[in-house]
Design a protein around this ligand. Structure first.
Ligand code: PFF
Length: 488
């Protein structure tokens, strides 16, 4: 089979940026800024970008470009024993997609709610009670939340439709529409946010560094974790996308462009979010610190409330905000689906349509649990484990396997062939020393905190099942990796 290619360099960059910019940039980033001391968080965030994020992006682009394969295939070409790492990356990615699609579907439902500002005064009760219809514990599933289920079906169908279209006619074309649209929506939100009375109170808080927080290691760990998440690293996505690059592409430069565009987007949207929160704080006579709830609450509880309080353009702002979430989410979920489908195509010689059908069918079935009334608990539990034992672990294994065993030099030589900016000694230091070190520390602290106290006070039985899902994913990866390949 001839490997498909991107139609243009811009097409590849938009697709990679589309993958990177996602739900993580809109709600996760702002929540982390908020809970880690406002402007103080921006310093570790950018340090993490420069010391680890960009280098790993160069590595993933380099792997895909050199070996011309999805994550499992590229890792195998590095060394037969590494194939498992590639499978765990994409299986972990599929596990994430299962609930990621559900969050997109909440936003999708909220686009329709926006026309009537259906959430009313008590946005919290509306979200958890009316929309999710949340039960009391993870062990009470309570049937489906119908609206969410419909949303999940629609979002999966869109994913299927785009990925079946292929690299150029599906993914590239979709991103050619999604990316300009998303930036326009974001700019509208920023203008709306910063022109509100009281906005600068919020923005000042967003930008003002609190240097005392920099001595707190947890702020640093959160920043490194967010950089991996936001750049879509450790999920085999960037490897798959780079495997469709034409020969002689400038890998290093592309990695810089994609990483910067992604972080610039988060930084920009911060103005919209904190401007709006500043307005809300002023209007209610509260401090910024009092208006925000937890992460999920930021987009679906606090923001609707702020929108309802706006002096004008309420419906418009609401539609733009939730539409932005849907578009950002979709351009990321299609990349997660592609990373897995491409792996099936590479290993078993499947036609694209068949590989996408399998991926979407498995993904959809997995999403069902999160569309139940107890689904939010499972989302929270699985998300908690997969971030650490999925992307952080994969990032670590990649850095060690390629950096130390396969040899960072071979990738460096490859990517420097056509690069305007060369991967210099900074790259070696980052891949071989900083990235593994930071990720090991992240992993150890996470294990420790899990052992110290059950996460979020969930019953041990539910946390156990969450862990079983993760371990099950690892076993599936090992099995897939051990299978004989149809194509070599
Ligand atoms: N980078 C995207 C985001 O920040 O939402 C999508 C994403 C990819 C999230 C991979 C998480 C992930 F593991």
């Amino acid at each position: 089979m001839v490997r498909e290619l991107w139609g243009s360099r811009l097409g590849f960059i938009l697709a990679a940026v589309g993958s990177a910019i996602g739900l993580g940039n809109i709600w996760r980033f702002n929540y982390l800024v908020y809970s880690n001391g406002g402007g103080a968080f921006l310093i570790p965030y950018f340090v993490a970008l420069f010391t680890a994020g960009i280098a790993l992006m160069v590595l993933e682009f380099g792997l895909g470009d050199k070996f011309r394969g999805s994550a499992p295939m590229s890792m195998r070409k590095g060394n037969r024993r590494f194939e498992w790492i590639g499978w765990w990356a994409v299986v972990g990615g599929l596990i994430i997609t299962m609930y990621y699609v559900v969050v997109i579907s909440w936003a999708f439902v909220y686009v329709f709610k926006s026309f009537t500002l259906a959430w009313g005064e008590d946005t919290k009760a509306y979200f958890f009670g009316n929309v999710l219809q949340l039960t009391d514990s993870p062990w009470q599933l309570g049937g489906f939340s119908l609206e969410v289920l419909v949303g999940v079906v629609v979002i999966w169908l869109i994913n299927w439709f785009i990925d079946v279209g292929g690299v150029k006619k599906g993914i590239e074309k979709a991103n050619m529409i999604f990316m300009p649209l998303l930036w326009i929506l974001a700019i509208i939100l920023v203008i709306r946010g910063v022109t509100l009375p009281g906005a600068w109170g919020g923005i000042d808080w967003y930008l003002k560094p609190d240097f005392s927080r920099l001595t707190d290691y947890s702020v640093w760990l959160a920043a490194y974790g967010q950089i991996f998440f936001t750049l879509s690293l450790g999920m085999g996505i960037m490897i798959a996308y780079a495997s469709y690059l034409p020969e002689d592409s400038d890998v290093v430069n592309n990695a810089f462009i994609v990483s910067f565009a992604n972080c610039a987007f988060s930084f920009l949207v911060g103005f919209a979010v904190f401007g709006t929160l500043g307005y809300m704080a002023q209007a209610t006579g509260q401090g910024i610190g009092d208006v925000v709830a937890q992460s999920i609450g930021l987009a679906f509880v606090v923001f609707p409330k702020a929108i309802s309080m706006l002096p004008a353009l309420k419906v418009f702002t609401a539609v733009v905000f939730f539409l932005a979430l849907v578009v950002a989410g979709l351009s990321s979920s299609i990349s997660l689906v592609e990373a897995f489908a491409a792996s099936l195509m590479d290993k078993f010689g499947l036609e694209r349509k068949k590989a996408v059908n399998i991926t979407v069918a498995v993904g959809f079935l997995g999403s069902l649990i999160y569309a139940t009334k107890g689904g939010l608990y499972w989302l929270d539990i699985v998300d908690h484990f997969i971030n650490t034992y999925g992307l952080v672990l994969v990032g670590l294994l990649e850095a060690v396997a390629i950096g130390w065993i396969f040899g960072a030099d071979k990738i460096k030589e490859w990517v420097n062939r056509n690069s305007e900016v060369n991967a210099g000694p900074w790259w070696d230091v980052s891949i071989k020393v900083i990235t593994p070190l930071v990720l090991v520390v992240l992993l150890l602290f996470d294990i420790k905190s899990n052992l110290d106290a059950p996460y979020s006070g969930y019953p041990i039985s539910a946390l156990g099942l969450g862990l079983v899902i993760i371990l099950g994913g690892m076993v599936v990866s090992a099995v897939l990796s051990a299978k004989q390949a149809e194509v070599e």
